[in-house]
Design a binder for this molecule. Structure first.
Ligand code: PEP
Ligand code: MN
Length: 335
């Protein structure tokens, strides 16, 4: 599923769709064209979406280029308006996904309708696998096919949450949204490789004909050319891999490695944050004529940290070794 974050104008929607439709033909890959019409923005002073008028632009994309179209819904009224305009697929965004009452209201509006073709549910803005799965169940009961979209939280991948849902519900197709997951267009091509590594079923990618002029999510939208150049090698490998070994890749190991990479990344951020505080403590001590090393305080720290760490079942000698290293470095940054 590809297209701009927001439908901004008829020209922007049609130009982006024209370029994407050409890529779809060149690469023989079916695209669903996406664009948000009602935008759940943080600030009321930013672009809130073009509203219902933009549904007509999406209908024009469908008619002109033959691509099915998708938009985000957050209320039963949105569902009604989108389906009446002939929108093929709906998605529920991360902010709405955090609210089960809103998701249930959307599910109720979908009940007993033979359209849309599918509804996509993004993970909630908070890393809550159970809530995401609850939302999947609410939507499943409408009879409309449901797909999950993993978009991370606060620009962190949260692979563990996605892995939990993938393991519990292997029957629900899962797409990766590298655009919202990273918030950074430069990271999208690399992240897309995860679709293959983790055995996911597709991707939702923000593509804008002119990202620097985008009215929302400017930093994360890629150009159609970048999409083409990113997809080309992936799709060639994908086709080849499916010929050689249909579906027995080391996906489980890749999920676990993705989790470990994310944890190590966070570990370093945490250690860096600790060193930063150490440095400020060092500056305070210097200003007040206090020696960098306070043996009593260090013994107290070590004893307490050992207690904390033992709660997670780790070996006491290992904990001591780690804290000695951290403390040694902390003293260095205080000098
Ligand atoms: C979007 O897809 O443009 C969007 C608003 O996504 P999310 O709900 O994941 O932030
Ligand atoms: Mn967006």
């Amino acid at each position: 599923m590809v297209g701009p974050c927001s439908a901004e104008s008829r020209e922007q929607v049609l130009e982006t769709a024209k370029e994407l439709s050409a890529i779809s033909c060149q690469l023989s890959v079916p695209f669903i064209f996406r664009a948000g019409v009602w935008k759940p923005r943080t600030s009321p002073d930013t672009f809130q979406g073009a509203g219902e008028e933009a549904l007509g632009w999406l209908a024009e994309v469908k008619q002109t280029f033959g691509m099915p179209v998708a938009t985000e819904v957050a209320t039963p009224e949105h569902v009604e308006a989108a389906l009446n305009a002939g929108i093929d697929y709906l998605w529920i965004g991360a902010r709405t996904s955090a609210n089960p009452i809103a998701v249930q209201a959307i599910a109720d509006a979908l009940n007993n309708r033979n359209n849309p073709k599918a509804v996509f549910i993004k993970n909630p803005v908070n890393a809550d696998a159970a809530l995401w799965m609850g939302n999947i169940e609410r939507l499943e009961r409408t009879g409309v096919p449901v797909m999950a979209v993993h978009r991370g939280c606060n620009h962190q991948p949260c692979w563990s949450m996605a892995h939990t849902v993938r393991t519990a519900r292997p029957d629900i197709p899962m797409l990766l949204d590298p655009s919202h997951l990273s918030g950074d267009a430069a990271k999208v091509p690399e992240l897309l490789k995860k679709v293959e590594e983790l055995g996911l079923d597709g991707a939702m990618i923000e593509v804008h004909c002119c990202p620097e002029q985008a009215l929302s999510d400017k930093a994360q939208q890629i150009t159609p050319t970048c999409l083409h150049d990113t997809l080309y090698p992936i799709l060639s490998r994908f086709c080849l891999a499916s010929l050689i070994s249909p579906s027995d890749g080391p996906e489980e190991l890749n999920w676990l490695r993705a989790e470990i990479d994310e944890i190590d990344d966070a570990l370093w951020d945490t250690i860096a944050a600790r060193m930063d505080v150490s440095q400020r403590i060092g500056a305070w001590k210097k200003a007040h004529g206090v020696a960098p090393l306070q043996p009593e305080r260090y013994q107290q720290i070590l004893a307490q940290r050992q207690l904390w760490a033992q709660k997670s079942g780790m070996d006491a000698a290992f904990i001591e070794k780690v804290f000695n290293l951290i403390h040694e470095q902390s003293l260095k940054v205080q000098e």
